[in-house]
Design a binder for this molecule. Structure first.
Ligand code: ADP
Length: 182
């Protein structure tokens, strides 16, 4: 009897930064795959807050910390070329995307259709995060963090810290009497 080839999936995204919603999708995706590659898109067009190297390192660290039992079956790789080429390079036959509200649907529907046209041997599957994580979006997390709001419900602690530092909120206030640059 022929042995089954391991099922490799790619979960592509910008992950700027990784949220609890992403982690929930990653956890679910590992239940459906033998190996999962998280593809971190360079995505310069979106003007990411964190560099691709920072995002890859953040995703790796969060996966190792929060999904330790499956971390060995997860790879985190940057990519800047066509998603379908990346998927083939990784030996994957499955693309995993997350769906939040109806608003995600049209874009995801179009992308899945185009990707099916590019390579009919690769399927796209959509997963939903559990309801407490469904409304989380990296864009809104950044907006809240930028204004000094508390994002701890949406991202892991290390990511909340990285956001604070990036927005200059993590610095010590200068001693009384010194100008603070505000
Ligand atoms: P992209 O720029 O490709 O949209 P994102 O990092 O924003 O990259 O999202 C990557 C994938 O994760 C997308 O399929 C997106 O719909 C999904 N996703 C992001 N946040 C959530 C969430 N809270 N619940 C479910 N899916 C999510």
């Amino acid at each position: 009897m022929a042995t089954q080839k391991p099922l490799v999936g790619v979960y592509p995204g910008t992950f700027d930064p990784i949220t609890k919603g992403h982690l929930d999708i990653i956890r679910r995706a590992t239940r459906m795959t033998d190996r999962l590659v998280i593809g971190v898109a360079v995505n310069a067009g979106k003007g990411p807050l964190f560099s691709v190297d920072e995002r890859v390192a953040m995703v790796r660290a969060q996966v190792d910390e929060h999904l330790a039992s499956v971390a060995d079956s997860i790879a985190v790789e940057p990519f800047s070329h066509l998603l379908m080429d990346f998927v083939c390079d990784m030996g994957a036959t499955l693309i995993v995307r997350g769906l939040r509200a109806v608003s995600d649907f049209e874009y995801e529907f179009q992308m899945a259709g185009m990707n099916a046209y590019l390579n009919a041997h690769v399927e796209t599957v959509f997963l939903m995060a559990s309801d407490r994580y469904q409304l989380i979006a990296s864009r809104l997390v950044k907006e809240i963090a930028k204004h000094g709001g508390d994002v701890s419900a949406f991202v892991p602690p290390a990511v909340a810290e990285a956001l604070k530092t990036r927005y200059g909120m993590g610095r010590q206030r200068p001693p009384a009497g010194e100008p603070n640059g505000d």
